[in-house]
Design a protein around this ligand. Structure first.
Ligand code: MTE
Length: 322
C-alpha cells in the first residue's frame, strides 16, 4: 500500500520481495503451521536486527479469561478453517509501529492499552467519553467468524469478539444531521515507534463510514479475537471489523468516534487517492492500479483462492450500493 517511502527497508515485504522469494517464504510459513511455536520463534530470530532480543510471539497473545471466550454467533461463519492464530498474530499491518508486518507484535509490546478512553462526539444527542472497560460491560458481546481481506491480496479467517457498532450508535442517539462516522486512532509517538520515525504519514490514522455502513449488522467493534482479549498487534483495546471492505478500513486502536455531516477524509485516500477510495469495497473485478484483486493468498497455508465480490458478504451489504 505504500507510496513515497524514502528507504527500501521501510517497504512491506510483498512490495520489495521478488514474487518467487515471497512465495517460498509463504510455503515455509505453511510448514511452520505444523512445526509449531518454537520454530516460529526461530524464524523471527533470523529477522532480528543487531542487538534486538526476540521473544516468542505467543507471549504477546493474551490468555482466555474474564469475559472471554464469548459465545459464538452461528449466523456469522465461514466455510473454511480458522487461520492459524500464531501466524495471524505475527503478520500484521499497524503502521503506527512499523511497516514490517512480522515485527508489529514485537514493537507493540510496550504499548499501554489501559487506561483507555473512547470519545464519542459530533452530531449526537448524548456525546460521551467512555472508559473502555465501562463500554465493554455495557455492550452486547459475541464472537463472529469473519473473512478479512487486505487490499494487498492476502487474507485470513478470524474469530473476532465484540459488539455491533449499531448498539453504541443507538446509545448516543445521532441527530438527523449525522450522515457519516469518522474514527480516529491514538497518537503516541513515545510508545509507537512508527509514529515517531515515519513523520511523512498524517498521524493519527483516521477512517470513515457512511451511517448506513456503520449501522449495518456486520459492522463490529472488536475487543477480542480467538477467544481472548485482543493482542496489541491486532488493535487492542478497540478496533473495527467491516469484512466486506478492504482491511485498511478496519481501523485499530480507536480513541475517537465522531458523527459528521460531511464525508470524512481517510488516511489512505489522503495519501494515495488513485489507489484507495473512501468506499473500498472488496471487488475482484476492480484491480488495484499495481496488482490484480482477482485472487487472495491465505496467510497461513499460502493457498490462492478467488476473491469474492463484497468479500462474500453481498447478501448483507449489496443493498447499500444499488
Ligand atoms: N489501523 C491502524 N490504526 N493502523 C494501521 O496501519 N492497518 C490496516 C487495518 N487497520 C492499520 C489499521 C490494514 S492495511 C489492515 S489489512 C488491517 O488493519 C490488518 O489487521 P490485522 O493486522 O489485525 O490483520
Amino acid at each position: 500500500m505504500l507510496i513515497k517511502l524514502p528507504q527500501i527497508s521501510q517497504l512491506p515485504e510483498r512490495l520489495v520481495t521478488p514474487e518467487a522469494v515471497y512465495m517460498n517464504r509463504r510455503k515455509f510459513l505453511k510448514s511452520l503451521g505444523t512445526l509449531g511455536i518454537g520454530a516460529w520463534a526461530l524464524v523471527n530470530g533470523c529477522n532480528t536486527s543487531a542487538g534486538e532480543q526476540w521473544t516468542d510471539v505467543s507471549q504477546s497473545i493474551p490468555k482466555p479469561g474474564g469475559i472471554y471466550p464469548l459465545a459464538r454467533n452461528a449466523k456469522y461463519t465461514v466455510d473454511r478453517p480458522l487461520t492459524n492464530e500464531i501466524i495471524a498474530a505475527s503478520y500484521n499491518n499497524y503502521y503506527e509501529f512499523t511497516t514490517d508486518k512480522e515485527r508489529v507484535w514485537k514493537l507493540a509490546e510496550r504499548f499501554a492499552t489501559r487506561p483507555w478512553q473512547v470519545e464519542v462526539a459530533g452530531e449526537v444527542a448524548n456525546p460521551k467519553t467512555y472508559d473502555i472497560d465501562e463500554l465493554i460491560k455495557k455492550m452486547p458481546l459475541e464472537e463472529r467468524v469473519y473473512r478479512h481481506r487486505c487490499v494487498e491480496a492476502w487474507s485470513m479467517i478470524v474469530p473476532w469478539s465484540g459488539f455491533p457498532l449499531s448498539a453504541l450508535i443507538k446509545e448516543v442517539e445521532p441527530t438527523s444531521h449525522a450522515k457519516y462516522l469518522r474514527m480516529v486512532s491514538f497518537y503516541r509517538p513515545a510508545q509507537a515507534a512508527g509514529q515517531k520515525t515515519q513523520t511523512w504519514y498524517p498521524w493519527p490514522y483516521y477512517e470513515g463510514l457512511t451511517m448506513a455502513e456503520a449501522m449495518n449488522e456486520l459492522t463490529l467493534m472488536v475487543t477480542g479475537v480467538y477467544g481472548h482479549e485482543l493482542p496489541k498487534q491486532h488493535g487492542a483495546p478497540l478496533r473495527l471489523a467491516v469484512p466486506w471492505k478492504y482491511g485498511f478500513k478496519s481501523i485499530k486502536g480507536i480513541v475517537r468516534i465522531e458523527f459528521t455531516r460531511e464525508q470524512p477524509k481517510t488516511f489512505w485516500n489522503d495519501l494515495a487517492p488513485d489507489e484507495y477510495d473512501f468506499r473500498a469495497n472488496v471487488n475482484p473485478k476492480v484491480p488495484h492500479p499495481r496488482w490484480s484483486q482477482a485472487r487472495e493468498r491465505l496467510i497461513d497455508t499460502g493457498e490462492l483462492i478467488p476473491t469474492l465480490l463484497y468479500n462474500g458478504y453481498g447478501e448483507y451489504v449489496a443493498g447499500m450500493y444499488r
